[in-house]
Design a protein around this ligand. Structure first.
Ligand code: MG
Length: 372
């Protein structure tokens, strides 16, 4: 009775066949159980990626799948080494999760709170399960998540394209490869910062955003740099100083002619309130927030505090990016170029093009894994 009512309600929402919906839901509630599987995978980057404190050419990920009746939800954990998660940790964590005990996949709040309590940390591993579960529930409801949350997919900002730290020749080459993107993101935080910006400005006058990844260690110099960057056509500056420097960031934000965005300083919901006052806005990433459920709460809170919002990513395939993209209609800035930096993507879904963000006509997060 309950399942039929739900299926009928969903079909009104979706305008699709009630039989198909009822079959999908009933097959899940009556005979199927949520079944979680996962496998490690290594994403290979087109270029060696250099930040203020590290370089790498691959990123370990874990691809997650939740089967339920005939439906499948897909998720991803991306674990850049500096965040402390690894293939080993991201595999051992989900092996502790017993999804089969939950009969109703719509109980996202209960299921994901339980998963969060399994162990401290492991935000990317938790996100991979959260994303797969959201993808699955969206498929049961026959709707993409931007619709379920009531966002307009027409209102998405252009994504920035990241130019990593490199020699002037390689930087000019990378800017050339990014010709079709309307806004570039530049990694700073070394003693060659001005040279990096001048190199880019020698080949393009596109708007730039700057990510310092905690690289500046003096607030007076940071303020001087922000003024210089404004003259160079920079739109905002992300995480200029160490994540624990809240007072210094508050001092800088108060005087800065550009928005100062917090990234490393803002991991989860509990960090948003503290960031208010220290930063103009926050960069939300599913791999930090433990997935879509908590990211949605962070967005609501940050908006209510009048903060700017950016939706960002780690090095992720289209699996993770398609989940993050569901939030873009609420964002001031988008930084979802993860799949564009890969030599090979593992999935199709939301695509990042020169015209902007393209959502597929698919339910859930819209992901399909590629063959092989
Ligand atoms: Mg950042």
């Amino acid at each position: 009775m309950k399942a039929s009512a739900l299926a009928a309600g969903s079909s009104i929402l979706a305008g699709r066949s009630p039989d198909a919906l009822a079959a999908a839901y009933l097959s899940g509630t009556r005979s199927a159980r949520l079944a979680l599987t996962f496998k490690p995978y290594t994403l290979e980057l087109k270029h060696v990626f250099t930040l203020a404190s590290s370089s790498r050419s691959t990123t370990p990920v874990v691809l997650t799948q939740i089967d339920y009746g005939d439906l499948v939800g897909y998720g991803e954990a991306s674990m850049p080494p500096y965040l402390g998660e690894s293939h080993e940790s991201a595999i051992s964590f989900p092996s502790k999760i017993k999804l089969g005990k939950y009969e109703n996949p719509f109980e996202l709040e209960t299921i994901l709170s339980d998963i969060d309590a399994v162990a401290q940390g492991n935000p990317a591993a938790k996100a991979s399960v959260d994303i797969a579960l959201h993808d699955l529930v969206g498929k049961i409801m026959n709707q993409p998540w931007y619709n379920i949350w009531g966002f307009s997919k027409e209102k998405t900002p252009y994504t920035s394209f990241t130019i990593g730290i490199d020699t002037p020749d390689v930087v000019r080459q990378k800017v050339g490869e990014a010709a079709e993107f309307k806004i570039l993101k530049v990694k700073l935080g070394r003693d060659t910062d001005k040279e990096m910006i001048e190199t880019i400005r020698s080949v393009t006058d596109k708007p730039l955003c700057v990510d310092v990844n905690e690289g500046w260690k003096d607030k007076e110099i940071a303020l001087e740099m922000v003024h210089w960057l404004k003259e160079k056509g920079v739109v905002f500056v992300e995480q200029p100083m160490p994540r624990t420097w809240f007072d210094e960031h508050a001092w800088l934000t108060e005087r800065s002619p550009l928005p100062i965005m917090g990234d490393e300083a803002v991991q989860r919901l509990k960090d948003v309130q503290r960031a208010h006052g220290a930063y103009s806005g926050i960069n939300i990433k599913l791999m930090k927030s433990t997935g879509m459920r908590e990211a949605h709460k962070m967005i609501v809170l940050a908006r209510s505090l009048g903060m700017k919002l950016m939706i960002g990513c780690m090095t992720e395939s289209t699996v993770g990016i398609s989940a993050a993209a569901q939030f873009l209609p609420l964002a001031d800035y988008a930084d979802l170029d993860g799949p564009l930096l890969l030599s090979r993507d593992v999935a199709t879904g939301v695509s990042i093009t020169k015209e902007g963000i393209e959502f597929p006509n698919e339910d859930g997060c819209g992901v399909h894994l590629r063959e092989g």
